[in-house]
Design a protein around this ligand. Structure first.
Ligand code: AP5
Ligand code: ZN
Length: 215
């Protein structure tokens, strides 16, 4: 299956993507994780992205689209994929359509995670991620690691993302409403959007998502 995951910051996209990718046996491609890996490796791409991310703004399309394309090629998109955090504006959605069309591929669904803003703020405030791999995601209260400050998956140190400060979260939410939400209408016109509530326990949301994708 070829799926795009969309939803506000802190909706649980990364958390759900890990389970959905495993259940569906497709690669999880997160542009946020790719940028964070580049930042921790000190690459030129990471250096360029960091300022935008720390401010909660989108990294320019020229950089993002190229990186996402490379990763999709590497993952052999023909076998399916789960995109998390990409596309994030209409220009990126159009660029993705061009890439897919060139290989005679189509998206199967756009899974839209709906969460009220006050819940998003609580989820982000308590989030801790792993130094070794930012796709290892925890929450101090809702999804606590077995040992405080230590990643269950790899034993790495947990820390709070630089862009999870209150001020940056406000910018990220605004960017989501103005730039990312329009892609939901873009995909609605293609009859691809499946909206589910992302409230409830992590496994309940996964079950809801799997049921919605099967329809
Ligand atoms: P990115 O990393 O994509 O961040 P985001 O979209 O803001 O999403 P988050 O990672 O904040 O949240 P999430 O929905 O994955 O939630 P999570 O599962 O962690 O992007 C970061 C930045 O990179 C952007 O601001 C931009 O600068 C740049 N960027 C990335 N892609 C780009 C693009 N395409 N174009 C341009 N720029 C781009 O969950 C949140 C917390 O809630 C966790 O602590 C988790 O444990 C907890 N939680 C999850 N599910 C539940 C549940 N059901 N109940 C209780 N708690 C839960
Ligand atoms: Zn880890």
């Amino acid at each position: 299956m070829r799926i795009v995951l969309v939803g506000p910051p802190g909706a649980g996209k990364g958390t759900q993507a890990a389970f959905l990718a495993k259940n569906l046996d497709i690669p999880h491609i997160s542009t946020g994780d790719l940028f964070r890996a580049n930042i921790s490796q000190g690459t030129a791409l990471g250096l360029e992205a960091k300022g935008y991310m720390d401010r909660g703004e989108l990294v320019p399309d020229e950089v993002t689209i190229g990186m996402a394309k490379d990763r999709m090629e590497q993952a052999d998109a023909a076998n399916g994929f789960l995109l998390d955090g990409f596309p994030r504006n209409v220009a990126q959605a159009e660029a993705l359509d061009v890439v897919l069309k060139a290989d005679e591929m189509q998206l199967d669904a756009v899974l839209d995670l709906e969460v009220p803003e006050d819940e998003v703020v609580k989820r982000i405030a308590g989030r801790r991620i792993c130094r070794n791999d930012s796709s290892h995601v925890f929450h101090v209260e809702y999804n606590a690691p077995k040992t405080e400050g230590v990643c269950d998956t790899c034993g790495g140190e947990l820390y709070q993302r630089a862009d999870d400060s209150e001020e940056t979260v406000r910018t990220r939410l605004e960017v989501y409403h103005t730039q990312t939400e329009p892609i939901i209408d873009y995909y609605r016109a293609q009859n691809l959007v499946v909206t589910i509530s992302a409230l409830g326990k992590v496994d309940e949301v996964t079950a809801r998502a799997m049921a919605a994708l099967k329809k």
